[in-house]
Write a protein that binds this ligand. Sequence first.
Ligand code: NAD
Ligand code: DAU
Length: 353
Amino acid sequence: MRVIVTGGAGFIGSALVRHLVLDRGYDVLTIDALTYAGNLASLKPVEGRGNHHFLRADIRDGAMMAQAMATFRPDRIMHLAAESHVDRSITGADDFVQTNVLGTFALLEAARAYWDGLDVRARAGFRFLHVSTDEVYGSLGLSRTHLFREDTPYDPSSPYSATKAASDHLAKAWQRTYGLPVVVSNCSNNYGPCHFPEKLIPLTILNALEGRELPVYGRGDNIRDWLYVEDHVRALDLIAAKGRVGETYNVGGRNERRNIDVVRAICHVLDRLCPGPTARESLIRFVPDRPGHDARYAIDASKLENELGWQAYETFETGIEKTVQWYLENPGWWQPLRQNYDGQRLGLLDQCA
Ligand code: NAD
Ligand code: DAU
């Protein structure tokens, strides 16, 4: 099996590459532009493996994408490259339109030309998995009565989710119009190792570890549905292999939590694994809310569970413990990313790592 993974130096992409190369033994070509969010350190476990190749390239470069496909001859393309942080999309949407919309367009066009040139058997087996987000569905009420299903209408709130929604529509249109064998996945919030420390969970872990304030938007009652990244990666592998062409599969861990409870849970795990001078909860600060902040996301994953037999292995409690432990054990991964932070450090890391 020969697989191209775009965005493979990012958080989820690198977990996927590690899984495909190390656990599945596939031949993988990682394509990544190495933006601020891409990190070759996340691919260290596959470094030097004969079945992993890396190409630094921008997915908007259609000629480069076409050449990579012609040379590598993939059976699958798993497309994860994106600008992914909602707050950045609010302060500047340009990169989001560029990569998420125009980049996906360029990649789809290159994939269509490549697929058109394959023999009948290879054409039938080829898959393009477009990896997307539950944020395209907009916001659910806080009452916990509804879940996002595959037929929930699109209603994106942020520039990020609007560009992801646009890319989903492009991917679906390339399937319906040109027959390109596209499958789409829409997943809830991921967490785990190698998560860039601008997102809630890694930011909280590292700020708490360093004795910094823990910013919670609004009153912290927004709800997200958390999935451990390795559970997502197994779902992606399964959807690419067995998902029906033209279909969407929602992926989620049935782990709804209020943000404030997520932050408190991290504080408690850290207080136990790496006790500090005071309880970490005292570092929590309520800060002005994110504009257009979606109240609640929650996924109904029953199609994926019933049709493809997928199940999440990690609960939030087991996943968050593993995640905190990973950050404690891997300061070499995150310290270079924190150099922009100044202020007092508590020096606890050396005791706990
Ligand atoms: P990430 O920001 O950690 O990684 C994105 C990767 O894409 C980086 O390595 C970056 O260098 C690369 N990239 C960005 N622009 C590029 C370009 N123009 N050309 C080539 N590479 C480029 O993102 P992530 O959290 O790993 O998310 C991966 C995908 O999964 C995204 O499509 C995202 O929308 C989707 N997703 C994320 C989550 C989540 O909770 N993080 C949940 C559901 C879906
Ligand atoms: O639902 C899937 C999405 O999850 C993905 O598509 C996105 O790529 C990914 O970034 C994530 O989006 P969120 O906006 O939900 O994730 P983030 O970690 O930025 O925020 C999680 C929640 O925590 C959200 O309600 C905002 C809040 N928050 C975030 C930060 C960074 C805070 O309260 N404080 C913070 O400092």
